[in-house]
Design a protein around this ligand. Structure first.
Ligand code: FES
Length: 224
């Protein structure tokens, strides 16, 4: 059950939390700035590049606390509120520090009908945490997410914004956790969706390192 249904009282986040990064750390390198400028040049206005820049910032800093969102806004020359709005809309952007592996369990319609909540609750018990929490050893964060576009392979989950694990059974979830603890992805993960390869020309994901096994790199050519 989504958090807001379980607990309809919403606690607003601290508007001025203590920063996680110091001034010296909060900077893009010249190479990163060049990359961002190239993205900006592809759009009529700089805000068109906000998602790419947030992604780059997340890969660099690990997550997106307010001071990193401010850095992104300053680099693009757009208001903090605009960056914040985009970052908080997508679960794929991490606003808090996460575990080494983030397990996004879909509980939207198709996955819900095929056991998405059973899977979520099974992983909660197995990992000893609730959805939205991180294990004490920092290895796993478990999240409940909306449809990830793999409804035909429900129930499914995604690992750290990368590989999709389709048709997840308890046995498959056990094998996944064991493999991730050992620092590898099991073979059954990362099934490429048909539209990745054909209809969208492999234009679905940006995590190239995870996707080298794909026949078509899942990244749009014009953004490279
Ligand atoms: S409903 Fe789960 S991927 Fe679409």
């Amino acid at each position: 059950m989504a958090d807001f249904i379980r607990n309809p009282v919403v606690t607003l986040p601290d508007r001025n939390p203590a920063p996680h990064f110091c001034e010296q750390e909060l900077a893009f390198t010249e190479e990163e700035k060049t990359k961002i400028a190239r993205w900006v040049s592809q759009y009529p206005t700089p805000d068109g590049a906000v998602m790419w820049t947030l992604w780059l910032a997340q890969e660099k800093f690990g997550f997106l606390p307010p001071e990193v969102l401010r850095l992104v806004g300053e680099e693009l020359g757009i208001p903090y509120a605009q960056v914040y709005g985009v970052a908080t809309f997508y679960t794929q952007y991490y606003k808090q520090k996460k575990g080494v592996c983030v397990l996004d369990v879909c509980t939207c319609f198709s996955c819900q009908f095929t056991g998405g909540y059973d899977l979520l609750h099974y992983l909660e018990e197995k990992l000893g945490i609730h959805a939205g929490e991180t294990t004490a050893d920092g290895c796993f964060t478990l999240q409940e997410v909306e449809c990830l576009g793999a409804c035909g392979s429900a129930p499914m989950l995604q690992v750290s914004n990368g590989p999709f694990v389709h048709c997840v059974t308890r046995a498959r979830a056990d094998a996944l956790i064991d493999a991730l603890k050992a620092g590898r992805m099991p073979e059954f993960a990362s099934v490429t969706l048909p539209q990745d390869e054909d209809e969208l020309g492999g234009n679905r994901r940006t995590d190239v390192a995870f996707c080298e096994r794909y026949a078509t790199l899942p990244i749009a050519k014009h953004t490279r």
